[in-house]
Structure formats: structure tokens, C-alpha cells
Design a protein around this ligand. Structure first.
Ligand code: ZN
Length: 294
């Protein structure tokens, strides 16, 4: 079976418990991640998969048309990790390594914190961009937690966003899976508290072996067959890069002075490779100077 056939996501509403449960299944393969994985350290690839799955889970809970962007600016073996996903489940992500900081001599298993900020200073930002003009872009800083991407984001959702959440991500053999439970705003706080605890307890009972070995759709429906479950969302997460020539030209103009560009190699087009999808753009000097003044 090709791993991309795994790509799947659904959200269920627990009618009587005022909570929703989402899951994502994703293959860590070249269809979903365009960076050649033979050039990446296993830990980098794992982080990339975790970030993408967390990203898809978060965007599946968007109430409006928009997208979620997760960005890590690291100070350890990972220098950058970015993932973007829109409300339709179209995502793209990349990871950049600082190979000098990877200790290759011994078999070390890096924790999330060790990968991105062994001595502090890393930055993990969650942003929500809306397509609706009336909704502003929102940005929040996620505390980098030693227990992983999932625990860090869970803590962020509970504390900064004030949304009761439980988030877990599992990686094994090129497959990444994630489960997100979120409470809905509710009138009765008391009922909610005990329900919430028992729901988390029941999710924790599921063994990692079962999560990785079974289809999550079947597993969750079976587990909660006595509950009133309504499927509210069902989609196939898919890689999609929105890179466009005009956007690239605009951003080059922002970072370089036109004098610099024309002096460097006046007759050679600038070769720009999109890091998300690998597409190459040849940008002529003319294009950069032409419209820059009007
Ligand atoms: Zn691209």
C-alpha cells in the first residue's frame, strides 16, 4: 500500500458530551513532503511529520475560511520548521537543519526541546490567517515543551487559547497519526469537568500499537459506538504549494536593492527554488526593476 493512501482526516461531534474529536493519518512520504528525505536526519523528518499532523488537526477546527501556520525558529539541530495548512486540508511544510549541532558520533535520541532549543532561545509561533477581511491575523507564542510538539501545542491551546484540548501525535515507520479532543463552549461547567476527565481517560486507554496498527476511523467508531457521534468533517489532507511567480518577485524586491541585483549578474536570470515544492523560477533582472517603481 502506498503511504499516501493513508492520508485521512475526520472530525466527530460527541453530542452528549459537548466535545469534538479529530484525527489525522498521514504518510511520511515524497507525495506529502517534497524535501528529499534521504538528506534529512531521521529526527528532522519525524519533527516535520509531527508538525504537519498537528497543523492539519488545528486547521480542521477552524471556524472560518483561513489557514493555520506553525513556525519554529530553532537554536539546536533544527534551525527552521514551517507548516501551513488551510481549512480544506491542503498543506505544505519544510524543515531546515543545522547539521553542525547534530551529534552523530553517538546514538542520541533528541527530545523536541533538544532539537529546537537545547539552551533556550527557540521560537514556536502559531498563526491563524483568515480569508475573510473582517478577521485579523492572529499570532500566539507556543512554549517549547520537552515532551514534544503535541504537548507543547496542547499546553498552548489550554492556557493561551483557553480551549480545553488533548492532543497526541504518534510516529512509526513513515506513518504519522494524531488525535485531538476539544471541548465545546458549554453552559454546565460541572458536567463538563467530569465528562472531560473520563473522555481523556478513555483515550489514554488506547494503546499506541492499536493506533498505529489500525485504521483510526474504524478504531474510534468502534470504541465510541455507544456514544452519539456525528461526523462533522471528512477530508483527505493533500500537499499543495501555493507558490507564485509574482509573490516571489515581490519578496525579492523587499529584501534586495535593485542596484545590487543589476550589478551582480546583469544578464543572468536569478534562479529561485521554492523550498516547499522544489519548483524553480528564473527571474529576469528586468522583472525585478520594471515594476518596482510603479
Ligand atoms: Zn512551491
Amino acid at each position: 500500500m502506498k503511504t499516501t493512501e493513508l492520508n485521512k482526516s475526520s472530525t466527530f461531534l460527541f453530542v452528549e458530551k459537548s466535545a469534538k474529536l479529530s484525527y489525522v493519518e498521514l504518510g511520511l512520504d515524497s507525495q506529502n513532503f517534497k524535501q528529499p528525505k534521504e538528506y534529512l536526519q531521521p529526527e528532522s523528518l519525524r519533527l516535520l511529520g509531527e508538525l504537519a499532523v498537528a497543523n492539519i488537526l488545528l486547521s480542521s477546527s477552524l471556524k472560518h475560511k483561513g489557514s493555520v501556520i506553525l513556525q519554529i525558529h530553532g537554536k539546536g539541530p533544527i534551525s527552521l520548521a514551517v507548516s501551513e495548512c488551510n481549512y480544506k486540508g491542503q498543506f505544505r511544510s519544510i524543515v531546515k537543519e543545522n547539521l553542525k549541532k547534530y551529534a552523530r558520533e553517538k546514538q542520541v535520541l533528541y527530545s523536541f526541546k533538544e532539537l529546537v532549543e537545547p539552551n533556550g532561545g527557540g521560537l514556536f509561533v502559531a498563526s491563524i490567517k483568515s480569508l475573510e477581511k473582517s478577521v485579523n491575523t492572529y499570532q500566539g507564542i507556543v512554549q517549547i515543551n520537552n515532551r514534544g510538539v503535541d504537548f507543547s501545542l496542547e499546553h498552548y491551546l489550554n492556557n493561551s487559547e483557553q480551549i480545553k484540548s488533548w492532543l497526541r501525535i504518534f510516529v512509526e515507520n513513515d506513518v504519522v497519526k494524531g488525535i485531538l479532543l476539544q471541548a465545546l463552549p458549554e453552559e454546565s461547567e460541572v458536567d463538563r469537568k467530569s465528562d472531560w476527565k473520563s473522555m481523556i481517560h478513555s483515550l489514554k486507554q488506547i494503546k499506541t500499537r492499536e493506533i498505529m496498527g489500525k485504521n483510526l476511523d474504524i478504531l474510534l467508531l468502534e470504541k465510541y459506538r455507544k456514544e452519539k457521534l456525528i461526523r462533522t468533517k471528512n477530508f483527505l489532507p493533500v500537499f499543495r504549494c501555493g507558490c507564485k511567480r509574482e509573490k516571489i518577485v515581490t519578496s525579492i524586491r523587499q529584501f534586495y536593492k535593485s542596484e545590487f541585483l543589476s550589478e551582480s549578474k546583469p544578464n543572468h536570470p536569478l534562479e529561485v527554488i521554492c523550498e516547499f515544492c522544489g519548483r524553480t523560477f528564473f527571474i529576469k533582472n528586468k522583472e525585478l526593476s520594471q515594476t518596482s517603481h510603479g
